[in-house]
Design a protein around this ligand. Structure first.
Ligand SMILES: [Zn+2]
Length: 587
């Protein structure tokens, strides 16, 4: 805007003419719906098969819809007292979202919002890059600064409200007309390309934040619901028998496609293969995760609900660890990642990420072996804390850093890096595809090492032992232009939900359980999911409760061979209380 020198006094000649508030809102709406939504427009353009006149008209129609919807939103939200800060915030949100959508192919949905809110300094550090600084400088700082500096005409409150609401009504009318005119094309595009709705800035963020707040307030209103109140040990250790030790390893971001045991062209799991060749270890080839990110998957894995019910559930329930503890087992959660997402809140737990081990830790992060290093000491502490009473066994959860991205190269000690060269940029697109895969595979290779080392250690223990490993979700490594994970489940590619699972059972525990060798073999090929974890671990730990569902127990075929377990199974299936939430498998 050039100042009009005729209208203004000479003293004011240097000042820009104040904006009419409506015009300023329109400028912001124009910015947000065009440059603030570049990834959306790119995706729309790539969707159209023929880039002819019809496609162009369709795109323009959609642009008008986005523009008018944005005007309606701004007219309703932006009022003088918070006009400047809210405008800057919206510009920043649009630029930040656009950067992540463009760089990693992610979309902004409610679970991505939970991720963002629960992130920590380690994760943020892994994402920082120069290209991000540039995008935020040009896409947020510059326009934000401009927005902040603009003088705005003062207007009586009632007149302003009348005009702003009037403009909103006009924009809504335009929106309605264009939607009506383009409904045919629009509806089919939106139906086929569900991810587009999560790409629309800033509506995606507003919707996801509202869902997050709604979910959290619903949870906060409800007291924690106990589950498995009837849990007891199906059998306690007899005189002279030592209680079992079961290690559950919660893997991070490992997809089945790159797991050697799953038939991947590279043998990324040579040590586990040796155990498998000796008949000591089983690989479950067909396992689906509960979610496509840690925030969803980890609580869901330990929940009795299963994926379907868990995704709709707002009630805070206890989980598997509470049930095991209630039955008389000792439980310990060691975390080398971003926390247990509430799962370990009521059991002994320790964070190993910031320990100062000179061989395993650098820059405030530790390799996953740190958990094995501290485990004996932590177990001894548990034993000391127990006041003389006998334990029925111990369940330890090791929550790995695993293949947490995008900085895969940081997950492996130098001597374990067998695939070269590695991508060492946080902006994965900057690397050749093979280098990303190399860094990722090295981290899988390190998980192989960790799991084999866990088995070796368990073999030295003077008690019956077992290890069950399953990854929390998979990862996209550039397939279909997607990186990382966190796509909404219904549209997520298989790379993000097909995960590896490994089971190792010691001879002493096998004979204690009276299981035939490989009695779980049939299940190793069946399609199963995280839904099975709750119910299967109960059997492995010999805890009985009416909350267990035999149809979700991968060891059901084993337990049937033991007369004692068989008796327990018959009695529970006959008397499951109607109040117990029961759901079918969603594998
Ligand atoms: Zn995860």
């Amino acid at each position: 805007m050039t100042p009009n020198s005729v209208d203004l006094a000479p003293a004011d000649a240097q000042l820009p003419r104040p904006w009419n508030p409506m015009n300023l809102l329109m400028v912001l709406a124009l910015w947000l719906s065009t440059l603030g939504n570049l990834p959306l427009w790119g995706a729309m353009w790539n969707l159209t098969e023929t880039h002819g006149l019809r496609a162009l008209l369709g795109l323009m129609g959609f642009a008008l819809i986005v523009l008018s919807a944005t005007i309606v939103l701004l007219c309703l939200l932006v009022w003088p007292s918070w006009r400047k800060p809210l405008g800057v915030l919206l510009i920043l949100v649009a630029a930040g979202n656009s950067y992540f959508m463009h760089t990693y192919g992610v979309v902004i949905d409610p679970t991505m919002m939970v991720n963002t809110v629960q992130t920590d300094v380690h994760e943020v550090r892994d994402l920082l890059s120069w290209s991000m600084v540039w995008v935020l400088a040009l896409g947020a700082a510059l326009p934000g600064w401009w927005w902040w500096r603009q003088p705005v005409q003062k207007m009586p409150a009632r007149r302003l409200a009348g005009r702003q609401l009037g403009l909103a009504a006009l924009a809504f009318l335009l929106l309605w007309v264009v939607v009506w005119a383009t409904f045919q094309d629009l509806a089919s595009t939106m139906r086929n390309q569900k991810s587009l709705r999560y790409m629309l800035n800033p509506f995606n963020t507003i919707y996801a934040s509202a869902r997050l707040v709604e979910g959290q307030t619903a949870q906060a209103r409800m007291p924690l619901q106990p589950i498995g109140q009837d849990a007891v040990m199906a059998r306690s250790a007899g005189a002279g028998q030592l209680p079992p030790l079961i290690v559950l390893v919660v893997g991070e971001t490992v997809r089945a496609a790159n797991f050697g045991l799953g038939g991947y062209a590279r043998d990324t799991t040579p040590q586990l293969r040796q155990l498998q060749n000796k008949g000591e270890l089983a690989y479950f080839a067909n396992v689906s995760s509960c979610g496509t990110n840690t925030q969803v998957s980890v609580p869901c894995m330990f929940s009795h609900l299963g994926r379907e019910a868990h995704s709709k559930n707002d009630t805070p329930y206890e989980n598997l660890l509470d049930v095991l503890q209630r039955a008389g087992m000792q439980v310990l959660w060691l975390d080398n990642q971003s926390g247990c997402k509430g799962v370990c809140d009521r059991v002994p737990n320790a964070d190993t990420r910031e320990l100062k081990d000179p061989t395993l830790c650098t820059d405030g992060e530790c390799f996953d072996e740190i958990m094995l290093r501290v485990l004996p000491e932590r177990l001894a502490q548990l034993d000391n804390a127990r006041s003389g009473g006998k334990t029925s066994g111990t369940v330890v959860v090791l929550h790995q850093m695993g293949n947490h991205g995008p900085a895969y190269y940081k997950r492996t000690p130098t001597e374990m890096k067998i695939y070269q060269p590695e991508c060492t940029s946080k902006v994965l697109q900057d690397c050749p595809a093979q280098n990303i895969v190399n860094a990722y595979d090295n981290a899988v290779h390190y998980t192989d090492h960790l799991l084999a080392k866990t088995v070796t250690w368990l073999k030295t223990q003077q008690r019956p032992t077992a290890m069950l490993y399953v990854s929390d979700h998979g990862e996209s490594l550039g397939e279909k232009g997607l990186y990382l994970h966190g796509m909404p489940y219904m549209m997520a590619p298989k790379e993000q939900s097909h995960v590896p699972m490994v089971f190792w059972l010691s001879k002493p525990l096998q004979s204690r359980l009276q299981w035939d060798a490989q009695c779980w073999k049939k299940m190793a090929a069946e399609p199963i999911s995280h839904d099975h974890l709750f119910h299967s671990v109960l059997t492995l730990a010999q805890v009985k409760t009416k909350w267990q569902q035999p149809e979700l127990d991968i060891f059901a075929g084993c337990a049937a061979r033991s007369p004692q377990a068989n008796h327990f199974r018959q009695s529970t299936t006959a008397t499951v209380p109607t109040a117990t939430p029961r759901h079918t498998a969603a594998s």
